[in-house]
Write a protein that binds this ligand. Structure first.
Ligand code: FCB
Length: 457
């Protein structure tokens, strides 16, 4: 038996997002988001499911916070729905929308759970999409306006603000592969959208700090994957370098260096000229907090036909798969140590970018859970997943990476975007007919880890 113990002030949390859990999609003055539009178009989501109701967190938030309390969470990372607060994306503020977030934050604080707000988790107001969405540079200014409204209203109580969740996914799945809203399929637009989302982080960062009622921490959450070659051939290794640039450096360099590797791609040279303005990247590199979402690695093979990177992802043999991804716990260690070594190799001398606090803001696994005859959910696989990943997080900390916290994805089973209600990611099981919640075995296991601030294995 070995035992690992985390530092006393390590933050244990769970994550969720507005569109995936709230429901109440058109209630109390909420405007539609691009996800409302997308799910209502037949063919976009498995079995044409929607998140109109999903797990009804909008009405059941008190019960849910009670469950968080039962798990012993220090923090809850959730996103706010922009179109619930500003139905048109700019201008008029919907008081009833803000009231919901007031109630949520107050209840969390009452239960001594720290709210971590994320302002954007894929659900852009449809009214802004109608004007071009993230392809339109003005959307970045609108995002800053929304950030100020939220800070004006909630920063007396909320100290930690994340601007975006996974800009890379929002840009690429939404504008290149078309699997996510708004369902577009143009690589040029995807790069443009990504740049404007990044820019909007910088503008929102200024807006949040200017409107905040107390000193706040501002950060962003990025999805990072280690990229490995499918073989030792030079073609695969070169393809891997390009894939790594496209997946990881494209996201990290702007925030941690104030530069972009986009120029390294032929397409980047054209794009750069068309939408990058002087000073854009300088606005981005002031992170107090870097959130990392880790799920899997990307094994890469050369493929001339695939645009931009001339590389594709393959599914290697040898490891367990979750139904969505290869399960690869060592990857979380690799991602953490890579960020630290590549971007903060030595203590700052005063000129470099200061290192942000680093946290795992999402990590989890879909398991086809169900209630057993006795009402328990025996999700051994999730416990194994969690413990193997936490061991790797701890190893990264021993290797010198100052990881401040770990947020599990997700608190409850919920709507998994284009895959609908198939994948269950929760520590809490939700019966989608009755909406009854049941803490799974993994939830009890996690609660014990939190209580002991570590575990034996
Ligand atoms: C991440 C998303 C989150 C959830 C998990 C499984 O990419 O941020 O909303 O869908 O994947």
């Amino acid at each position: 038996m070995q035992k690992i113990t985390f530092p006393k002030d390590f933050i244990w949390g769970c994550a969720a997002s507005a569109y995936q859990v709230e429901g109440a999609w058109n209630e109390a003055g909420k405007g539609p988001s691009i996800w409302d539009t997308f799910v209502h178009k037949p063919g976009n989501i498995v079995d044409n499911q929607t998140a109109d109701v999903t797990v009804d967190h909008y009405h059941r938030y008190k019960e849910d916070i009670g469950l968080m309390k039962q798990l012993g969470l220090d923090a809850y990372r959730f996103s706010t729905s922009w179109s619930r607060v500003m139905p048109e994306g700019t201008g008029a503020v919907n008081k009833a929308g803000l009231d919901f977030y007031d109630r949520l934050v107050d209840e969390l604080l009452k239960q001594k759970i720290e709210p971590y707000i994320c302002l954007m988790h894929f659900d852009l107001p449809q009214a802004l999409q109608d004007k071009g969405g993230w392809i339109n540079r003005d959307t970045a200014n609108a995002f800053a306006e929304y950030a100020s409204v939220m800070a004006e209203h909630l920063s007396d109580r909320v100290k930690i603000w994340m601007t975006h969740n996974e800009p890379w996914v929002a840009a690429m799945a939404g504008h290149f592969s078309g699997e996510h809203a708004p369902g577009l399929t143009n690589p040029m637009d995807a790069f443009k959208a990504l740049h404007h989302i990044f820019l909007s982080h910088g503008l929102a960062d200024e807006a949040l700090r200017a409107s905040a009622k107390q000193p706040v921490k501002v950060g962003i959450t990025l999805n990072l994957n280690p990229v490995h070659p499918a073989s030792e051939s030079k073609r695969d290794r070169d393809a891997t370098r390009r894939m790594d640039t496209a997946l990881n450096r494209l996201q990290l360099d702007p925030f941690l260096k104030g530069t972009s590797p986009m120029q390294e791609f032929a397409i980047g040279k054209i794009l750069n000229k068309s939408f990058v303005k002087a000073g854009d990247f300088e606005k981005m590199h002031r992170l107090d907090l870097l959130g990392i979402n880790y799920y899997t690695r990307t094994v890469t093979k050369y493929d001339r036909k695939f645009p931009v990177v001339s590389a594709v992802q393959i599914q290697p043999e040898g490891n367990e798969y979750s139904g969505m991804w290869e399960i690869y716990p060592e990857g979380i260690f690799e991602v953490l140590t890579r960020v630290w070594k590549d971007y903060f190799p030595s203590p700052p001398t005063g000129t470099e970018v200061r290192a942000p606090e680093i946290m795992i803001t999402e990590n989890g696994v879909p398991v086809p859970d169900g209630l057993d005859f006795d009402g328990r959910v025996r999700d051994e696989r999730r416990i194994r997943y969690l413990s193997n990943h936490l061991i790797q997080v701890h190893l990264a900390m021993e290797a010198g990476v100052p990881v401040k916290g770990y947020f599990h994805w997700s608190l409850m089973d919920n709507f998994e975007w284009a895959l609908g209600y198939g994948p269950r990611f929760g520590l809490i099981y939700v019966d989608y007919q009755t909406l009854e919640r049941t803490i799974k075995d993994s939830g009890y296991w996690f609660a014990k880890v939190i209580q002991d601030n570590g575990f034996e294995f």
